[in-house]
Write a new protein. Structure first.
Length: 103
């Protein structure tokens, strides 16, 4: 994976479990933020506001990283953005297959 994608993925790996803990389908939420040519900050801030109401202390460090991730995504060229989406879809498929095998 390219350094730019690794840098962008780090905050999601770090804060994703907290940010996405209460949503039924985390992959769909992440895809909603990166589906277009610009990061959907409104959706990201909606997720963050849900977290901040439930766990204000946990939400504080998430916001700066979330906004920085948005800026990094917007700076990627279209091919790199498509790759991000493909990686999320692949991760979702792998997780789904693993969940199906465990059942």
């Amino acid at each position: 994976m390219s350094p730019a994608l690794l840098t962008m993925a780090r905050p999601l790996r770090e804060h994703g479990p907290v940010l996405l803990a209460q949503v039924p389908n985390p992959h769909e939420e992440v895809l909603a933020m990166v589906w277009g040519p610009r990061f959907d900050r409104e959706h990201a801030l909606w997720l963050w506001s849900r977290l901040s109401r439930k766990a204000p202390g946990a939400a504080v460090p998430v916001l700066p990283d979330l906004l920085a991730t948005a800026d990094r995504y917007d700076a990627l060229d279209l091919n790199a953005q498509r790759r991000v989406r493909r990686l999320i879809l692949r991760h979702r498929a792998i997780r789904g297959a693993a969940a199906g095998a465990a059942a």
